[in-house]
Design a protein. Structure first.
Length: 706
């Protein structure tokens, strides 16, 4: 340990003598003037030596006899004024030199009251001469007063008060050694053997630079102010609660909030990551971690962030933890507890709260757990507007479109929003756009996401599907709303949160869901009801993926069992989870639409069918007679086959009337397979009435054949 404890630059600069403020300049001016007057006081006090010479002559004795009362009073008052003046000068010098940021450090400047000592010698000398000429009791009273003043001045110069601070200068080795011992005692067995891998930074941001998120700011600032506040010097007061654990999805600014908190408190910022202290040497990491905490304590008050804290304090219950890993965890937990006695705001940041050791997140180590949520509406608007001003100032951005996407992009992380804004100029250049509207924002978002979901190949468009009129109208109306979201919502319209496709098997519910996603350009995620029952977490994972790649349609096929009425279901938790996802726990996520397909709508839980969930129910029925010829004709054309003489599409329609599209296609495919097996040559294959009749007999039951 060096003789002089390392004083942080911020602490040193907090003393008035190192500041450039108007208050500091005033103190400097006062100290300068008082130094001059103190020199004059020394000169004034030297007249006592002249007095001593005069006391040896008869003339002086005559002078004292006739003028003693006035002379004694004048001398006593003069010495008292000089003494008070020297004490006041010393106090002002101490106030200039004390580090305001951390009073546990020694004084910055030299505060040795040597002037006081010489003044005390003069007062004591005068008291001695006065005692030689004392004749009356009043003379001895003045002798006692002079001795008291001189003794006080001498003791004050020998042991100057420093308000709890040890004067640190080259003339006072006793106090210097005493301070060194105090610092050594507080860091016993923690003397750094390795370089400290962290540094105290001046924060570059404050809460004013973070848009919105006022609730989180208040939660952070309130306990932090208590932690960095001056504490009772007697040490009996209970230290304030400390340890703030920041958790939440990645990309929402946990590190930014930590630095902004330091900026708001106007204190240094210390950031520690696993990479800072990682080492190939066994046993070195715990020592480095301890050194980092010592570093933070010496720079208190400050904010210390342990980023990705889950790297340090993995659960000790997990199999495979090494002895070194357990030692690292134990060291960090011990240091966290010890830090509570210092004015250091401890922050931990993690994306995986569930992976942390249970002992690490209990109260007493981390008393506050704050979720850094995705940005709120005010924050999203501010991020997009600032991003446009920085990256796309040359583009004409429609502010209404910007506000529209900001409102509907709830749940997106800060990093996602920033990525969209940065990609906006490139998207405008690639698509030759000068004006940025709603479609441009959504197109840029899709490019940043880099995927469109899993729309099946060869998906037909809505116009190609064979549907009855009410079903087609319902689907086309939904499609028009999904394609023109901004206009629809500006006029007071809404998007469905969920749709229920119901009807007999084979009526095209799955094909309609795929076609709808293709028509509106939304991402498409599909899952079967039995898969949800086999993996209860699958629906949550699917929803999380949909939020990430939205706008998105989630299609649940064969939803009968998964969403069955909870009174008769073996898996009511699935229905409960679906209700929670559709309603939204905090704020309902926009641009995610659920579509469930079922053959038995009466078995679906009634809570799912009310308005606000699966609001719109679309019934699918076998195609009407006038739609079948067009479907048969298109199918034959697509397969490049011919009809036998005497057979046309209307005869086939009459044969298959009332059947679903799936059954009609199955019959035609069987007829084609039969014709191929009968023909030995190449194309074209010719379908006969006998082939179609055989297909109807095999694919359909006899009761279904017209």
């Amino acid at each position: 340990m060096s003789n002089q404890s390392p004083m942080p630059h911020a602490v040193r600069m907090s003393a008035f003598c190192n500041r450039g403020t108007s208050t500091a300049k005033f103190f400097d001016w006062v100290e300068e003037k008082m130094a001059v007057t103190m020199g004059g006081a020394i000169v004034f006090s030297c007249w006592i030596h002249v007095y001593a010479l005069l006391s040896l002559s008869e003339g002086f004795n005559y002078f004292m006899t006739n003028n003693a009362p006035g002379v004694r009073k004048f001398i006593a008052v003069s010495f008292a004024v000089c003494l008070v003046w020297c004490i006041l000068a010393h106090w002002i010098e101490v106030e200039r030199a004390v580090p305001r940021a951390d009073r546990s450090y020694p004084l910055v400047g030299s505060c040795d009251p040597e002037v006081m000592r010489w003044l005390a010698y003069d007062i004591l000398a005068f008291a001695g001469l006065l005692s030689l000429n004392a004749r009356h009791p009043i003379d001895w009273w003045y002798v006692g007063l002079m001795f008291a003043m001189g003794s006080f001045g001498f003791l004050y110069s020998k042991y100057p008060p420093a308000y709890g601070h040890v004067p640190y200068n080259g003339h006072n080795e006793h106090f210097r050694a005493q301070y060194t011992q105090q610092v050594s005692a507080t860091t016993a067995d923690n003397t750094p053997d390795y370089a400290t891998p962290v540094a105290a930074q001046t924060p570059k941001t404050t809460f004013a630079n973070i848009f919105g998120m006022q609730a989180i700011k208040d939660k952070l600032l309130e306990p932090a102010k208590l932690i960095v506040a001056e504490r009772n010097s007697n040490g009996k007061a209970e230290p304030p609660a400390n340890g703030i654990l920041l958790h939440g999805e990645p990309g929402n600014g946990k590190t930014v909030f930590a630095e902004a908190l330091a900026g708001e408190l106007n204190v240094p910022y210390v950031s520690l990551t696993y990479g800072d202290v990682s080492s190939k040497w066994l046993g070195e990491m715990p020592r480095l971690i301890s050194n980092c905490f010592i570093f933070a304590k010496l720079r208190a008050p400050c904010v210390m962030l342990i980023d990705e804290i889950d790297s340090f304090i993995r659960s000790r219950d997990t199999a495979g933890n090494s002895e070194e890993g357990l030692k690292i965890t134990n060291t960090l937990l011990t240091e966290i507890v010890n830090l509570r006695n210092h004015r250091v705001v401890l922050l931990g940041a993690t994306n995986y709260l569930e992976n942390l050791d249970a002992a690490a997140i209990r109260e007493g180590r981390f008393d506050y757990k704050i979720e850094i949520t995705p940005p709120d509406e005010e924050a999203r608007i501010g991020i997009l507007q600032k991003g446009v001003a920085k990256h796309a100032q040359h583009l004409k951005v429609d502010q209404e479109a910007l506000l529209s996407v900001a409102k509907r992009w709830n749940g997106f992380s800060v990093s996602r929003l920033l990525a969209v804004v940065k990609a906006l100029p490139r998207y405008a250049r690639d698509h030759n756009l000068a004006d940025i509207g709603h479609d441009a924002w959504m197109g840029t978002l899709r490019e940043v996401q880099g995927r469109n979901g899993r729309v099946p190949k060869n998906t037909k468009s809505l116009s190609e599907l064979v549907l009855d009129v009410p079903t087609r109208e319902a689907l086309e109306m939904v499609g028009s709303r999904l394609k023109d979201v901004a206009r629809i919502e500006s006029l007071g319209g809404t998007l469905p949160s969920g749709m229920l496709f119901h009807g007999p098997s084979g009526t095209g519910k799955t094909a309609a869901a795929c076609a709808l996603a293709k028509e509106v350009g939304w991402a498409f995620l599909s899952v079967a009801g039995p898969d949800l029952m086999a993996d209860r977490e699958k629906i949550s994972k699917l929803y999380a993926e949909a939020k990430d790649i939205r706008p998105c349609i989630i299609f649940i096929d064969e939803a009968d069992d998964a969403l069955r009425n909870r009174q008769y279901s073996n898996t009511p938790d699935l229905t409960n989870r679906m209700l929670a996802l559709m309603d939204g726990t905090d704020e309902k996520v926009k641009d995610v639409v659920f579509i469930a397909a079922t053959n038995h709508p009466d078995q679906i839980d009634p809570a799912l069918l009310r308005a606000g969930r699966f609001t719109e129910k679309v019934e699918f029925a076998p195609p009407p007679r006038d739609q079948i010829p067009r479907f048969v004709s298109n199918w034959i054309k697509g397969k490049k086959v011919m009809l036998d003489v005497g057979l046309d599409v209307f005869q086939i329609t009459t044969l298959l009337e009332g059947q679903t599209i799936a059954n009609i296609e199955g019959v035609l495919q069987y007829a084609l397979n039969r014709a191929i097996s009968r023909k030995t040559g190449q194309k074209p294959v010719v379908l006969s009435l006998e082939d179609v009749t055989a297909g109807a007999r095999i694919v359909l039951s006899e009761g279904e054949v017209t």
